[in-house]
Structure formats: structure tokens, C-alpha cells
Ligand binder design. Structure first.
Ligand code: HEC
Length: 149
């Protein structure tokens, strides 16, 4: 009886270990969407003239973006083993085979954000900063983000 209980417990544990975590996949995706909100929703829209130039909004977006980027390594610590249902993008399994390399793609984004602080005065300087930051985001996406549809 005791043996069967232990065995059942072990089976439950291993089932939990391999069980996909949709809530975690959603959390990871939401972090990326938050970054998109600031970089694309505020900064890129201003570059393209779809939003009026608003220095306070740009400065705030940079601060929020930096805060969000600082969470990537932790939020992506564990492999959720499935993609967000119905999502356009997924995580490559390579992230968790080579987490140190994945994490090494984060500081260049933070550096690009910090380099931009205090230098953005108009649409032209905003455009330069946008390109610099976005290229660093894509350095990670190239290797670790999968297009699902
Ligand atoms: C260290 C790697 C890494 C960095 C740096 C990174 N991303 Fe991502 N991003 C990912 C991965 C992996 C995915 C796919 C899984 C997901 O959506 O959570 C992704 C997905 C996305 C998506 C698609 C979300 C969706 O499903 O619609 C957007 C938008 C995005 N990232 C924006 C950004 C922006 C903006 C930056 C830079 C400020 C950035 N990312 C930096 C790894 C990264």
C-alpha cells in the first residue's frame, strides 16, 4: 500500500514536471507585448507621425521599456513547453538549451535604451534611437522567436 502511494505520488510529480504551462506562456508573451506597447505603440508611432511628438510620453516610455526588459531573464527562466494558444509567435526550445546565450541578448537592449536617454529631442533623434533599440530586440528574436503563422 505504502509502495503504491509513493508510486502514485512519483507519477503525479513527473506528470506535473512535464505538464505544459499555458499561464506561464501567457505571462512571457504579455511581457513582450508590454515592450511592444512602448517601443511600437509610443516611440515608433511618433517616428511615423501617427502620434504627435510628446517629450514626456517618450521619456516615460523609455523608463517603462527599460523596466520591462529587465524582467526578461527571470520571466523566461522556465520553459512553458507550449505556445500561447492562437498566438502569432512562439518561443524556440533553444532558449532553454542555451539560456546563458539567450540572457546575453538582454544587456545590449538595456544599453541602447540608456544610451538614448537624454539624447532624444526631436523626431530625427527619436528615429535614430528607435532603430538602435529595435535592432537589439531583433538580435534576440532572430534566434529565439518563432513565427507560428
Ligand atoms: C532575450 C530575447 C528577447 C529580447 C531581448 C526581446 N524579445 Fe521579444 N520575444 C522574445 C521571444 C522568445 C518571443 C516569442 C515568445 C513570446 O511571444 O513570448 C518574443 C516575442 C515578441 C513579440 C511578439 C508578441 C506576440 O505574440 O504578439 C513582440 C511584439 C516582442 N517580442 C517585442 C519585443 C521588443 C519591442 C523588444 C525590445 C525592446 C524585445 N521583444 C526584446 C525574445 C526577446
Amino acid at each position: 500500500m505504502l509502495f503504491r502511494g509513493v508510486l502514485a505520488g512519483a507519477l503525479l510529480l513527473s506528470a506535473g514536471a512535464v505538464m505544459a504551462q499555458q499561464d506561464l506562456a501567457v505571462q512571457q508573451d504579455n511581457l513582450m507585448r508590454t515592450q511592444a506597447k512602448y517601443l511600437y505603440g509610443v516611440i515608433s508611432r511618433t517616428v511615423r507621425g501617427q502620434s504627435p511628438y510628446d517629450q514626456a510620453a517618450i521619456d516615460a516610455a523609455l523608463v517603462q521599456l527599460e523596466e520591462s526588459v529587465g524582467k526578461i531573464a527571470t520571466v523566461f527562466a522556465v520553459n512553458p513547453k507550449e505556445d500561447v494558444f492562437g498566438g502569432d509567435y512562439g518561443s524556440s526550445p533553444k532558449i532553454w538549451q542555451n539560456k546563458a546565450d539567450f540572457d546575453s541578448k538582454i544587456p545590449p537592449v538595456t544599453k541602447a535604451i540608456n544610451d538614448a536617454k537624454g539624447k532624444i529631442k526631436d523626431v530625427a533623434s527619436l528615429k535614430a534611437a528607435y532603430t538602435e533599440i529595435n535592432d537589439r530586440c531583433n538580435d534576440c528574436h532572430e534566434t529565439y522567436r518563432l513565427k507560428l503563422r
